[in-house]
Structure formats: structure tokens, C-alpha cells
Design a protein around this ligand. Sequence first.
Ligand SMILES: NC(=O)c1ccc[n+]([C@@H]2O[C@H](COP(=O)([O-])OP(=O)(O)OC[C@H]3O[C@@H](n4cnc5c(N)ncnc54)[C@H](O)[C@@H]3O)[C@@H](O)[C@H]2O)c1
Length: 311
Amino acid sequence: MLDFELILETIITLFLTLFYIVSGMVKAVLPVSWLPKKDISKDTALVTGAGSGIGRALAISLAKHGCRLVLWDINEEGNEATASEIKRFGGRADTYTVDLSKREDVYKVADQVLSEVGVIDILVNNAGIVTGKTFLHCPDALIEKSMQVNAMAHFWTTKAFLPAMIERDHGHIVSIASTAGLVGVNGLADYCASKFAAVGFMESLCVELNSMHKSIETTSVCTFFVKTGLFDGASTRFPSILPILETDFVVSKITDAILTNQRTLYIPKVIYSLVALKGFLPDKAAMLLQKYTGTANSMDQFTGRQPLKSD
Ligand SMILES: NC(=O)c1ccc[n+]([C@@H]2O[C@H](COP(=O)([O-])OP(=O)(O)OC[C@H]3O[C@@H](n4cnc5c(N)ncnc54)[C@H](O)[C@@H]3O)[C@@H](O)[C@H]2O)c1
């Protein structure tokens, strides 16, 4: 006997899938200025790693959209400099010095934020470190630190701030991961593992929130190299296709993704095609392409930043 409920559900699912594919394609080609954007001017946003690079520029961008900012970094001086820049144009910013590699420190400072500032509407897990060593040359302590800062800190900040978002049915969690969270890279084993974890966490969290019927948004950002200094020395073979990106460009894309509730953002756009190729190419062909595009050797001349205070 035919199960009419199942047939009906299958037809609806096929129809909606087609609808979402078409609307996704339309959204992808429309200029962002045509898309509806949410108002974040009454929101409080917390950005980790706000003391430099993407975190600083994103904090400034969110402040320019009216958000009150809570800035977290291990680098007190850099964090204060970001706050000064925000205050210069009349924005509000509170700074907190925190070591994200230490769970107890994260929880302690999160409690402080909740009592001193209040609930967080937009949480941006951005802080990150890179060791840039081949796996066997990577000291155990640095492997652990990569996992703690780039991945596990996301668990602790989310545990600290998500409950109030759920209670108010309002919030947005953003993860600044990396294209290294989508494809393995030579010389980045620990970094890739931590970024794959960050991407996996966001994907699962999104499904979990969806099944709870909560209006809490998630945005997972996977960007190629950005000129912040973190990846100094890393290279690209075909800069016209895979350029080393300007920080302001990346931050404007992330801001747009937040304002339009975009769940995944790959920068530059060619990454969408490369990830799709990875999904169906035989392993040997994928390896050959990685070698040809230079991504297999992009870390050969890596110098990176001076050691962080946390090292
Ligand atoms: N720059 C790139 O090419 C690139 C590419 C892809 C993804 N990303 C990711 O973007 C994010 C931002 O990177 P960026 O390029 O702006 O680097 P950045 O070094 O300029 O900024 C990282 C910030 O994190 C802070 N930080 C490091 N360890 C910390 C800790 N234990 N506790 C608290 N704060 C800590 C640093 O002090 C710094 O201010 C990172 O997660 C990085 O992995 C960067």
C-alpha cells in the first residue's frame, strides 16, 4: 500500500529544494545593495581577537552600523587601540583582556561581560593563531594552542552567550574560519584541523538551532589569505584567480553576510567552485590541481607574525 504522507512529503521536499536552489542562485547574482538587510543598530556585538587585523576592522565596521562593541583580545594594547578608533567616531566599545586558550578565563570574563555590559546579540569568534610548521616539526604545545584558540574557544564563548540568545530568540553567531577549514594544506595540519573543527561546529550548531525553531542566525566565514600579517610569506600562484585579499574587502563581505543572515561565506567566490570540484574529483586529480594552482606549496615561504604574547 502506498504511503500518501511520504509521497506528499517527497513532492514538497523536491519542490522546496528547487525553490531554494533558484532563490540561492538569484541571491548570488544580485548586488548586495538590493538584498534586504537587518537593523543591528541596537545590538551589542562581541568580537574576539579585536586587537588587530580582521577582528579590529570588523569591530569598527559593526560599530559604524550602530552596534555597541565588546572587544576581546590577549593583546591589551591592540585592543585599546581598536576601542579608541571606535570612540573617535562616537561609537561605544568596552575592552576585556582574555586568553582564549584558557577555558576558565573565557568563562570568567564572559560572566564579567554579562554583568557589566549585558547580553550579547552578535558573537564573532574571530581570534586565531597559525604555527605554519610541517606536522612533525610542530611542537605539541603549539598544536594544543591552535586547537584551543581556533576551535575550542568557540565552544566556550558560545556556551557563555547562546543561552541568553535562545531565551530572547534573537542573536547571531559568526565564525571566522578559513578555506583551510575546507581543504587540507601542506604545512598547516594543526591549523586545518582547528579550522575544520570550527566549520563543523558551526554547521552542527546551525542544524541544532534550526531543529529548535530558534531565530538565531549563524555565519561561517571561510576566507583565503588576507593581508593582515598573520600569513606573511604565504603565496599564491595565480593571484588573478586566487588573490591575497585586502582586509577591508574581506570585512565588507563579512559585514554584508551578517546583515543579510548569510550562513556560509567563502571569499573569494572561486572557492565555491573549488570546493564543489573537491567533492567529486578523484583524489589524484584533486592533488594534481592543488599542485598546479600552487596551494600545495603556498606555505613554503611562510614567515608569519612575531610570536604572540600568548606563545
Ligand atoms: N589573515 C589570513 O590570511 C586569514 C585567512 C583565513 C582565515 N583567517 C582567520 O581570521 C582570523 C583573524 O585573523 P587575522 O588575520 O586578523 O590575524 P591577526 O593576528 O591580525 O588577529 C588575530 C587576533 O587574535 C588575537 N589572539 C591570538 N591568540 C589569542 C588568545 N589566546 N586569546 C585572545 N586573543 C588572541 C591576537 O592578539 C590578534 O589580535 C583568525 O581566526 C584567522 O585564522 C585569517
